[in-house]
Structure formats: structure tokens, C-alpha cells
Design a binder for this molecule. Structure first.
Ligand code: 5AD
Length: 358
């Protein structure tokens, strides 16, 4: 089976996703690991994650903080709380802050721009935003304020499935709007990150192969893939959404499949920054993070959200590390990285297109 980036066809990707022979799979892991070393080096970069609000206007049927849940407690961090987290991240020696939230217009354009400016004045951190499908004017203002990167997973490239998991908010909303927004972000000068969940109901091998092919076509700077973890209160988790039955073609939402997707993401986007995700660490608490890092990933995203808010940011249940303090989490992760023979990074770790190590 062909393995090199330029050569890898959509069919090859699909065949790798179906592969079960451990000997053949070890070729995939080794190739991904070698490409990781060649293109992004031995350093594992940290992104300190701040979940700044769990308010959301969307009704994504897989997500535990979607707006259909009217009874869950909602929070929105103040500027002081966000900045305290930012200083914490800088003190821990991480090079990037990721501000993530539901799609929350209570986080106004001005509020976020003001925080970005303060971060840039007081620290040397890179700023990554993950705030949903915001209008052009917001994305522009935040770029001008100094934001560096934006994460927006497109979740699936299959249009019919997308509508079932991500209901439209109005007739005017174009289908697959997230692809348009990613393009816009790129034009505005952001580094762009996207990705999908592995094993959402209705995701076939062919669809996931097509998703991974899109990572390449979008030339993503960052790729995030993690297993789908059914959130028991959601419509999708409760089986209330009528997903067409795809039988044996359904991609399983398991660990092995996630490693395949991480490795294939490295093959199609060799220069990208790829996290070993919290969702992966959630389904294998023992060494999920390490195995992700050994099979293509080069980033970890320790959660720096104040503990009192973390349990309210339940996009899926039993999230790994939910009770760990930032410091305990930082120490444990550094230890794990060193045990793998890798270095814990301290810089911003942006995408490098010229072959020089970030
Ligand atoms: N299982 C796994 N990942 C999820 N996300 C949202 N809900 C779930 C879930 N139930 C992912 C989505 C989103 C990212 C922030 O979290 O891919 O883009």
C-alpha cells in the first residue's frame, strides 16, 4: 500500500483505516513518527487551554453544552479570570494560550479583542482562538488585536450527516459554512486548525477518508482528531437522531481508529501541529496521550481552566484530567514527555513552512 504524502490516494487512506494487521499498522505508526521527527522535530509544544465560557447558541446534537440543555449551569469568565489563567500559562512555561468557548455572543467582539491586546502587551504568548462560527467582522477585529491562530473543526465533510449533527440556525446559513470560514481565516492571516471526531454515528470509512483528504486540501496548520464520546444527555447520545444505517461501514469510535487518523493526518499534513487530544487520553487514561505522541502527534493541550468551571464544560463525560490542578497536570505531562525521549517545548511552536524547526 502506498504511504507517502504525495502518493497517498483517498482510496489508500480508506484502506489504511480498514487495516487490522498489527505488522502493517506498525509501518503506518513508524512512518508517521518519522515524518513527525523530520518536519516538526522532537519538541512537544504545550498549548494552555482556557475554557472561557460554556454558553452556546448552537444545538450540535453530539455536544454536552449545546443550547438545548436549558438546565445546566452556565458560566462566562471575567477578563480578570482569563488574565489570571493567561499569567498561569506563562509561568508554567507554555508558549500558547488557547481560548475556547461555546459559540457565545456574550463574549463580544470588543471583550475578546481587549483580552487579546492585554495578552500581547503583558506576555509573549501566541494566541489561539476556538470560539465557533463568528462573523467576519469579529474574526477581523481579533486578528488586528493580535490573535495568531483559530481552531474550527469541520466535524464531517458529508453534507447530509453534517446537518444531522449540526442543525442550521436559519435558512440563510450556507451548508458546510465551516469550510467558508476556514478559508476566510486563512485569508485574514490566521494559522488555521480543523479536524473531526472519529466514529460519530453515520461516519463511514469512505467519509472519514474524505475528511482526511480535506485536511490535505485545506493545507491545515493544525489538525485535531479525537474519538467521539457519546454524551448521554444529547440527542445523538440518546439515539434520537435518525442517522441512516451504514451497517459494517460505520467507523468505530475507538482508540485504534483514532491512532490511525492521527497517523494519517501526519502523512497528509506533514508540517502540521497535531495534538494528542484530551478525548484520546479520556478513552485510554494509562497511555493514550503517549501513544498519540508516538504515532504522529507533537502537541499537548493541558487544561488551565479554573477547576470550578471545568466540570461545567462537559462537551462529553468523564473528561481526563478534570480534577487535576494546572501545576499537577503540567508536572505529570512533562514527565511523560521526557520518558518518551522527547523534549518539552517552551516557545510558541507555530507552523513552519520552510523546514526550519518551530
Ligand atoms: N465527543 C468527542 N468530541 C466532542 N466534541 C464535541 N462533543 C464531543 C463528543 N461528544 C469536540 C468537537 C468540537 C471540539 C471542541 O470538541 O469536535 O469541535
Amino acid at each position: 500500500m502506498k504511504i507517502l504524502n504525495g502518493d497517498l490516494s483517498k482510496k489508500d487512506i480508506e484502506n489504511w483505516l480498514r487495516e487490522t494487521d498489527p505488522k502493517k499498522l506498525s509501518i503506518l505508526w513508524d512512518t508517521a513518527d518519522a515524518l513527525r521527527l523530520k518536519y516538526v522535530g522532537n519538541t512537544v509544544h504545550f498549548r494552555g487551554l482556557l475554557e472561557i465560557s460554556n454558553h452556546c447558541i448552537r444545538k450540535c446534537t453530539y455536544c454536552g453544552i449545546n443550547s438545548a440543555f436549558q438546565t445546566i449551569p452556565r458560566y462566562r469568565m471575567s477578563k480578570e479570570e482569563v488574565m489570571a489563567g493567561v499569567y498561569n500559562i506563562a509561568e508554567l512555561g507554555y508558549g500558547t494560550v488557547v481560548m475556547q468557548a461555546g459559540e457565545d455572543y456574550g463574549l463580544t467582539r470588543e471583550f475578546i479583542a481587549d483580552i487579546i491586546q492585554s495578552i500581547k502587551i503583558h506576555t509573549s504568548l501566541a494566541v489561539t482562538l476556538s470560539l465557533g462560527e463568528r462573523p467576519h467582522e469579529d474574526l477581523l477585529a481579533w486578528k488586528k488585536a493580535g490573535a495568531d491562530r483559530y481552531l474550527l473543526r469541520f466535524e464531517t465533510s458529508a453534507q447530509n450527516l453534517y446537518r444531522l449533527i449540526h442543525p442550521s440556525l436559519g435558512a440563510a446559513e450556507p451548508l458546510l459554512q465551516r469550510f467558508h470560514i476556514l478559508k476566510k481565516l486563512r485569508d485574514l492571516g490566521y494559522e488555521i486548525g480543523s479536524g473531526v471526531m472519529i466514529g460519530i454515528p453515520g461516519q463511514t470509512y469512505q467519509v472519514l477518508a474524505n475528511d482526511i483528504d480535506h485536511f490535505r486540501a485545506l493545507d491545515l496548520d493544525m489538525v485535531g482528531v479525537g474519538p467521539y464520546i457519546a454524551s448521554p444527555e444529547t440527542a445523538l447520545g440518546r439515539g434520537l437522531i435518525e442517522i441512516p444505517d451504514v451497517g459494517n461501514e460505520q467507523v468505530p469510535a475507538n482508540e485504534l481508529m483514532t491512532y490511525k487518523a492521527v497517523a494519517l493526518a501526519r502523512l497528509v499534513c506533514p508540517q502540521a501541529n497535531i495534538p494528542s487530544t484530551t478525548a484520546l487520553a479520556t478513552i485510554n487514561r494509562v497511555d493514550g496521550r503517549e501513544l498519540g505522541l508516538k504515532r504522529g502527534a507533537n502537541i499537548v493541550m493541558p487544561n488551565i481552566t479554573p477547576t470550578k468551571y471545568r466540570e461545567q464544560y462537559t462537551i462529553y463525560p468523564n473528561k481526563a484530567g478534570i480534577n487535576e490542578s494546572a501545576l499537577a497536570c503540567a508536572t505529570a505531562i512533562r514527565h511523560r514527555i521526557e520518558k518518551l525521549g522527547r523534549e518539552a517545548g517552551s516557545g510558541a511552536g507555530g507552523r513552519s513552512r520552510d523546514g526550519s524547526m518551530p
